[in-house]
Design a protein around this ligand. Structure first.
Ligand code: GLV
Ligand code: MN
Ligand code: MN
Length: 421
């Protein structure tokens, strides 16, 4: 059977409608940005939206013990091809990051039904990809991959809003975190996995391509450096008698920039959170915490930058009679994606006549945690000026519809190949 061809105009229109609807006031906590994260009402409303849409297609929809959403058109135990992403957002997010991947997965399922293909499919919307609720990126898929411990879920991972443990929030939302190890089963039947996502950079826009086939994802380390000095009066304390923790934090931020540049190989480093205590205009900061986000395709280079900035902060603090300590929140290694699936996406992209680029992802994705167990790949579509993690984020539903065509083509060809073997 030849490659199925979808009606891209119709798909683009449905994708536009879904994304637009999910940007409405019912689905975000903020009027200035898309802000939704695990166990909030707006997140629940988003899961309900997708549940209804998949049920209309005759899919069975379930949620695993912590709230990853699973929709499938075959009974448990039968092989299925996986599609999906996440529908939580950055706290200052846009409409497209993650949500477009779930909407496109839904569109793959709609087209599968409309074209009478009857491909066995399972969609997943992972919980807490952004870390907006609990400060831990790709949390839902890391739980599925067994990359967190029970102790972390019970104690260490806490809500940004109220400091209470993930465990308590999950229970309150009606989930069963004590069964978290069973979340692993949501990948049991997958023969492959494709996640569509906006690129979040501007390679595609700058090269005039509408599609990026992703063959690897950069690894990352997330951690915090806390500098402890002494809180004193800002007016009465002479400059040579201060232990100002914010000064050491400032030096460490500059050093991180230098180290990441020097590491080359695509390593990047960011301080996205600065917490100054007591945080008053007329008090010397006795304690400052800075977050570290260090990423890149070369894990050794990434970890070396983290070690070096940690040592730098300790030295800089000691020189000023202070202390600095580093704590790692989490790390995920750089992840190569599956050659055969990448080739299938490239072939399906070529069939559309559109030029595409094969590229690596600098951003993290749930696919990093799926890829350990399931042959996985990703497909990128452009976002305007590469903007993401901002309400300015914008993308074109027509590009996503093209992506749906390519996903369906690749899934169809993989199914044909496995039927022959
Ligand atoms: C995911 O949102 C990331 O920051 O890479
Ligand atoms: Mn995302
Ligand atoms: Mn994101």
């Amino acid at each position: 059977m030849s490659t199925p061809t979808i009606d891209r105009e119709r798909s683009g229109e449905r994708i536009r409608r879904d994304v637009q609807t999910l940007a409405g006031p019912e689905y975000t906590l903020s009027s200035e940005a898309i802000r939704r994260y695990a166990y909030t009402d707006v997140y629940r409303a988003t899961l309900d939206y997708f549940t209804r849409a998949w049920q209309e297609l005759g899919f069975t929809v379930t949620e695993d013990p912590i709230g990853n959403l699973v929709a499938r058109n075959r009974p448990p135990g039968e092989p299925v091809f996986g599609v999906g992403s996440h529908c939580d957002s950055n706290r200052n997010g846009g409409k497209w990051d993650g949500t477009l991947g779930v909407v496109s997965a839904l569109e793959v399922c709609r087209c599968n039904a409309e074209l009478g293909l009857d491909l066995p499919l399972q969609a997943i919307s992972f919980l807490e990809e952004e870390g907006s609720g609990f400060g831990q990126m790709v949390l839902g898929s890391r739980i599925v991959a067994g990359r967190v411990s029970e102790q972390e879920l019970r104690e260490r991972i806490r809500a940004i809003d109220d400091g209470r443990p993930f465990w308590e929030h999950a229970e309150e939302a009606g989930y069963n975190p004590e069964r978290w190890q069973q979340c692993a089963h949501i990948l049991d039947d997958l023969t492959g996995w494709i996640e569509l996502h906006i690129e979040q950079a501007r390679v595609l826009q700058d090269t005039g391509r509408r599609l990026g086939v992703v063959n690897a994802i950069a690894g990352y380390v997330h951690g915090d450096i806390t500098i402890t000095g002494r809180a004193d009066h800002a007016g009465a304390t002479p400059m040579d008698m201060r232990r100002d923790s914010a000064v050491v934090a400032g030096e460490a931020i500059i050093e991180l920039e230098r180290l990441a540049r020097a590491a080359r190989s695509g390593t990047v480093g960011t301080v996205g959170e600065i917490e100054v205590s007591p945080g008053l205009i007329n008090a010397i900061p006795g304690r400052t915490r800075i977050s570290l986000d260090v990423r890149g395709p070369d894990d050794d280079a990434v970890h070396q930058v983290v070690r070096d900035v940690d040592q730098f902060a300790q030295r800089a603090a000691a020189e000023r009679q202070m202390t600095a300590t580093y704590g790692q929140r989490q790390t995920v290694p750089a992840t190569p994606l599956d050659d055969r699936l990448v080739a299938a996406l490239e072939a399906a992209a070529a069939e559309t006549g559109e030029q595409f680029t094969t590229m690596i992802s600098g951003a993290a994705h749930d696919t990093m945690c799926v890829a350990e167990r399931v042959p996985s790949a990703m497909l990128f579509v452009p976002c305007r000026d590469g903007l993401s993690h901002t309400p300015e984020e914008d993308a074109d539903p027509a590009d996503a519809a093209l992506g749906v065509q390519v996903m369906l083509g690749a899934i169809h060809s993989m199914a044909r190949r496995s039927a022959k073997s």
